[in-house]
Ligand binder design. Structure first.
Ligand code: G
Ligand code: G
Ligand code: MN
Length: 298
């Protein structure tokens, strides 16, 4: 076996111990209404705290978990933990409208998936409309026929569906009209250099227009600079996420962000505010927080 194969096998055997060893944790990255600066939701991102290796990021282990099938039990743990946490925040009076969980192809195709989602929502008591599932464009495209039934069933339950990494699939857009989708996430590769690369700007612009005309909400991923924010605001992209607002953070830190809001020190918001068109401090408009509950119940 070559080095890479040995490495993969090591990761796989460690992964088998990780769930039982409670080595996984979830980090949370806010999604922001780009005009008002208010947190509209959150994406859940899995982290693996290995006892010897330290924090392992998903790109190092999710592909391996997908190949060996472990993504199914891991994904189920993610969904349950995320819904449990979201329900706690909602019950604590924190202004969280939805929580988004990434779903792999194998999870979606797996027989008990729909029933699993239903059970987790019912066990945790999280309202169905607060759950979003993010599925990459590639998965939707290549499995359009098989996915239709399951996506429609999720939609009928009230779960929201997002196309992740939109624009990277290089293929037909047919599936967009055939599948019951709610949200388009512009891949961060297009947001990157959105101002300096005419191509990226044109693609981002087209995706925003496409989303609007198909009545899909558009979320820009990977917003890192003020210039990117200004570009997106000008084109009326409704929502965004990225390092400019917040990196993925722990549940405690995210609960804090929910109660205080994203700091309004961003230039585009200050400009818009001085024109009277935009950013209002979340503190001023969020409902009173925490009816006696703790803001970070973990
Ligand atoms: O945080 P970032 O490096 O954290 O995530 C890298 C990639 O891993 C992203 O494409 C993201 O969609 C994926 N990912 C993160 N968490 C999960 C998860 O819980 N399940 C699945 N299937 N993918 C995830
Ligand atoms: O494929 P998906 O959209 O699920 O990927 C989410 C990934 O994007 C995570 O790895 C997350 O850490 C990363 N991410 C979030 N915001 C930013 C950002 O502003 N810049 C970059 N480069 N990565 C980001
Ligand atoms: Mn995602």
């Amino acid at each position: 076996m070559n080095d890479r194969a040995v490495e993969r096998q090591r990761v796989e055997s460690e992964l088998r111990l990780a769930l039982e060893g409670r080595q996984f944790i979830l980090h949370y990255q806010p999604k922001i209404n780009l005009r008002t600066g208010v947190i509209t939701g959150v994406e859940v991102l899995l982290r693996w705290q290995h006892p010897a290796w330290g924090m392992v990021m998903p790109d190092k282990f999710i592909p391996i978990a997908e190949d060996c099938g472990l993504i199914v039990p891991i994904g189920r743990w993610v969904l349950r933990d995320a819904c449990t946490q979201a329900k706690r925040w909602v019950d604590a009076g924190l202004p969280l409208s939805s929580i988004a969980v990434n779903i792999s192809a194998l999870e979606l195709r797996q027989k008990g998936f729909l029933e699993g989602v239903r059970t987790i929502l019912s066990d945790t008591g999280l309202e169905t409309h607060r759950l979003q599932l993010e599925i990459t464009e590639g998965v939707l495209m290549h499995n359009a026929e098989a996915s239709t039934v399951i996506l429609q069933a999720l939609k009928d339950m009230g779960v929201q569906l997002a196309v992740d990494d939109f624009g990277t699939g290089y293929s037909s857009l047919n599936y967009l009209t055939r599948l019951p989708l709610d949200i388009l996430k512009i891949d961060r590769s297009f947001v990157h250099e959105i101002e300096s690369s005419p191509h990226n700007g044109a693609i981002a612009n087209a995706v925003i227009g496409l989303g609007n005309s198909l009545h899909l909400r558009v979320v820009a991923e990977g917003v890192e600079t003020e210039g990117q924010l200004a570009f997106l605001m000008e084109r009326h992209c409704e929502e965004g996420q990225g390092y400019l607002f917040s990196r993925p953070v722990t549940s405690e830190t995210f609960a804090g962000l929910l109660s205080t809001g994203i700091p309004a020190t961003i230039g585009s918001w200050e400009e818009a505010r001085s024109e009277g068109t935009a950013y209002r401090s979340p503190r001023a408009i969020q409902p009173a927080r925490c009816k006696g509950g703790s803001a970070s119940p973990r």
